[in-house]
Ligand binder design. Structure first.
Ligand code: PHE
Ligand code: FE
Length: 282
């Protein structure tokens, strides 16, 4: 979740990264020399476990693009990935020390630069890390930036974020980020699949989100999604499902200004609210 808006990462803990390394735009150099043999091994083991889980659970586009990340047995250098990524969709990844504030985050996305945290979790955090680390950011987010439609969606989200910031609407918009880019599901020909990075980088939530009978799964509907709160420390209780990245792109093309106005007066849905504005999907 790299550098998501601090809105959702807000907590009492100080962030782990060293922000003194960062430039004014919050980017920094990937501190490759700082990685230990154990760090590289942690990445290798996470990659191995997670890639084995993907068939039948991850979206086709994600599985197709994953090899573009390159090396699997150590932490990749961002430049290696950028050579391929820039050619594919004119996106680049940039290193950051961790979560960054909204405006610099949106600004990077609007300029087709995706912030990737450069440090990796400790072995004790193998299954769960509180802040997004390089494994979440690279493995979870970067493969779909090779998909042209999804890549354009992320840029437009950044542009929309800058506008939302001016309108005081970041909380509503960030829910869309959460329920699509982080925890989105997609209905493919072969069945339900995950495309959200928070799911794809989690060994527990990947099978849970796609197969468990527990959570509710609703068709993505803009206003319902932007009214739904979310939990950052449990599996999701509600997932929103799209039919295609084109649908996602088209659904979010409108100017949100009047939507924000309308939503301000409306009640929110709890993360697990069973009340649906449309029938729940099987
Ligand atoms: N179209 C939205 C707006 O005008 C911005 C947006 C684009 C939001 C893509 C999310 C995804 O505010
Ligand atoms: Fe993320």
């Amino acid at each position: 979740m790299a550098a998501e808006p601090v809105v959702y990462g807000a907590s009492e803990r100080p962030p782990r990264g060293d922000y003194r390394r960062a430039n004014a735009d919050y980017t920094c150099a990937q501190d490759f020399a700082a990685y230990t043999a154990q760090d590289h091994d942690t990445y290798r083991r996470l990659y191995e476990r997670q890639s084995a889980l993907l068939p039948g659970l991850a979206s086709e586009a994600f599985i197709a693009a994953l090899p573009a990340l390159g090396v699997k047995d150590r932490i990749p250098r961002f430049e290696e990935i950028n050579e391929r990524l820039y050619k594919a969709t004119r996106w680049e990844i940039v290193a950051v020390p961790g979560l960054i504030p909204e405006v610099p985050f949106f600004t990077l996305l609007a300029n087709r630069k995706f912030p990737v945290t450069d440090w990796i979790r400790t072995p004790e955090e193998f299954d769960y890390v509180v802040e997004p680390d390089i494994f979440h950011d690279l493995f979870g987010h970067v493969p779909l930036l090779f998909n042209p439609v999804f890549a354009d969606y992320v840029q437009r989200y950044g542009q929309g974020g800058l506008k939302a910031h001016g309108l005081g609407a970041c909380e509503m918009l960030s829910r869309l980020y959460w329920y699509t880019i982080e925890f989105g599901l997609i209905r493919e020909r072969s069945g339900l699949r995950a495309y959200g990075a928070g799911i794809l980088s989690s060994s527990g939530e990947l099978p849970y989100s796609v197969q468990s009978p527990e959570p509710q799964r609703l068709p993505l509907q803009l206003e319902r999604t932007m009214r739904t709160r979310y939990k950052i420390d449990t599996y999701q209780q509600t997932y929103f499902v799209i039919d295609s990245f084109e649908q996602l792109f088209d659904l979010t093309a409108a100017d949100f200004t009047p939507i924000y106005e309308r939503l301000r007066g409306q009640p929110e849905f709890a993360a697990n609210a069973a009340e649906a504005t449309e029938p729940a999907m099987a």
